[in-house]
Design a protein around this ligand. Structure first.
Ligand code: MLC
Ligand code: AMP
Length: 504
């Protein structure tokens, strides 16, 4: 029996061919049958272009119906789908292409001048373009070919997707997600969130991360739901379409922005049965304000690229501010000390998880993979938390100094390395400081050895680092705080500048 996750989807596509799947804000609707056919055509184009099952297909394209079809095309044909954040610069893309060694790279036509040379340097054999409005060589060719029928057989542990996530070294690692792991997680989530006939999902997340691509879309497909598919988040669009939806999935910044609109209120949310939040911590203030304003209690859940969704508050039963709920079915969750010994309920330690939902390892990095698992097969999430006696998890922070800005992870090391190599910079420390809108704002502390200013630093990072990673503020210090071992004390910087972004 094939374990290709697309088999699960194909059943839904087959049973619901004429039903709306992706409906754009302008009303233009694409049925389940259309997406199925389009993905089969795209699979044929990629195969003709030389892609074989198991080959990587790297994709940096805008959110669109065809971008979703391209994802399905890769799944059904057994290609490994590798989506990249559209904010990444050509410099950053160069690294991913070199690392993933894809058979095919797909990018927007208007970036050809910048990205084709990068693909050539990385020796990518075949490139296609795809635009947000249905244009590009991939779209054009897909409209002319004979579709690739059927679904390629895959084992449960065959890799379906690879998503890059960074680490303490600043070098991104490709997390390999398997057909079996993704299917297990999606089915569990669809079940515990009690998806039901008639549910309509309002989708405003990007589709290059697990939240927008897997959590949101997989639940909708398994439910044969209609998805109101917005290009991006903005308050006005969300308010307009909430009234036609039953489920909304967001990051905390979305909820902060909705609350900042004084007109937003219960009248916008009358059809909604569930608001979920994740990818970053939600403050109790926002959680409570949302309930006071709308009458809805946000269902906070906790996930990670390597694991999919790990825990969720219950859709029925109590959702508690500041907690991320209970482990999903088949997901074993424990809190351990530094020696991987399980601690008592209520004690704070590192969150570790085990089960069939997990990724299979980091691409070409067996040592990193081994380090990230305990001897008995639990994955070290890097998050810190504690469990209540009934199994409810509360997160208390992160083990590393990773920053989460508006739901995107930012790794200080990557930015510090770029800053430190600049003339005039003696050393730097990058930290996340509390920010009402983004949760945390990337902030750089600089020790200068000659005259340097924000403008010079910004100009030097532009083009090298995606905008969302670039520091929102630079602070110049005579020296960085260090402990007796010489280690930079980032905690001290965070404490001293805690109020930097808070309005007076
Ligand atoms: C955009 N900008 C950001 C930013 N997003 N800066 C810091 N942090 C961010 N997250 C910058 C842009 O570069 C630009 O800079 C300016 O802000 C305005 O850009 P924009 O495109 O208009 O931004 P906006 O649409 O307002 O985006 C904000 C956002 C977006 C919150 C809607 O960041 C977003 O969609 N976040 C969701 C991330 C997500 O899906 N995470 C899931 C990860 S999966 P300038 O200088 O040009 O003005 C995961 C697992 C799990 O974590 O559990 O789910
Ligand atoms: P990523 O590597 O992009 O998948 O991000 C995963 C990280 O996001 C986790 O390790 C957590 O640190 C964080 N995260 C996800 N959901 C939540 C949540 N509900 N509350 C706090 N942090 C979260």
């Amino acid at each position: 029996m094939s374990h290709n996750i697309y088999e699960l989807f194909a059943t839904k596509f087959g049973e619901n061919r004429d039903d709306p799947f992706l409906t754009l804000p302008d009303g233009d609707s694409h049925t389940y049958g259309q997406l199925d056919r389009r993905s089969a055509a795209m699979a044929a184009v990629l195969a003709d272009g030389g892609a074989q099952p198991g080959d990587r297909v790297v994709v940096q394209v805008d959110k669109s119906v065809d971008a979703v079809a391209l994802y399905f095309a890769c799944l059904r044909a057994g290609f490994v789908y590798v989506p990249l954040n559209t904010a990444y610069t050509p410099d950053e893309i160069g690294f991913f292409l070199g690392d993933a060694e894809p058979a095919v790279f797909v990018y927007p036509p208007d970036l050809a001048g910048k990205l084709k040379p990068v693909a050539d340097i990385a020796n990518v054999k075949r490139t296609f373009t795809l635009s947000h409005d249905g244009g590009g060589t991939l779209a054009d060719t897909a409209s002319q070919v004979t579709a690739l029928g059927g679904v390629v057989e895959r084992e449960a542990d065959d890799v379906a997707c690879m998503l890059y996530t960074s680490g303490t070294t600043g070098r991104p690692k490709g997390a390999m997600l398997t057909h079996g792991g993704m299917a297990t997680n999606s089915l569990a989530l669809h079940h515990i969130w009690r998806f039901r006939p008639g549910d309509v999902l309002l989708h405003t997340l990007p589709i290059f991360h697990v939240h927008g691509l897997f959590v949101a879309l997989h639940c909708a497909i398994l439910n044969a739901s209609e998805v109101i598919f917005c290009h991006r988040f903005d308050v006005e669009t969300v308010r307009r379409h909430l009234r036609e939806s039953t489920v909304y999935m967001g990051v905390p910044t979305h909820y902060v922005r909705l609350l900042n609109d004084p007109e937003f209120g219960p009248h916008d949310c009358q059809t909604i049965r569930m608001f979920t939040s994740g990818s970053a911590p939600m403050t109790e203030v926002v959680f409570n304000q949302f309930t006071e304003r709308t009458g809805h209690v946000i269902c906070e859940r906790y996930g990670m690229t390597e694991c999919g969704i790990i825990t969720s508050n219950p859709p029925e039963g109590q959702r508690i501010a500041g907690t991320v709920g209970y482990a999903l079915p088949e997901m074993e969750l424990r809190i351990a000390d530094e020696a991987d010994r399980v601690v008592d309920d209520g004690d704070v330690g590192q969150v570790q998880v085990r089960g069939p939902h997990l990724f299979s390892g980091y691409w070409l990095l067996p040592d990193k993979t081994a380090e990230s698992f305990t001897a008995d097969g639990f994955f070290r999430t890097g998050d810190i938390g504690w469990l209540a006696g009934d199994g409810r998890l509360t997160l208390a922070g992160r083990g590393s100094d990773m920053i989460i800005s508006g739901g995107y992870n930012v790794y200080p090391k990557e930015i510090e390395l770029k800053l430190d190599e600049m003339p005039g910079v003696a050393e730097s420390a990058v930290v996340g400081l509390p920010h009402d809108d983004l949760g945390e704002a990337v902030t750089a502390f600089i020790v200068a050895e000659s005259h340097i200013n924000d403008e010079v630093l910004r100009a030097a990072l532009d083009g090298k680092l995606a905008k969302f990673k670039q520091p929102k503020r630079y602070i110049y210090l005579d020296a960085l705080p260090r402990n007796t071992m010489g280690k930079i004390q980032k905690g001290e910087l965070r404490r001293a500048y805690d109020e930097l972004y808070r309005s007076p």
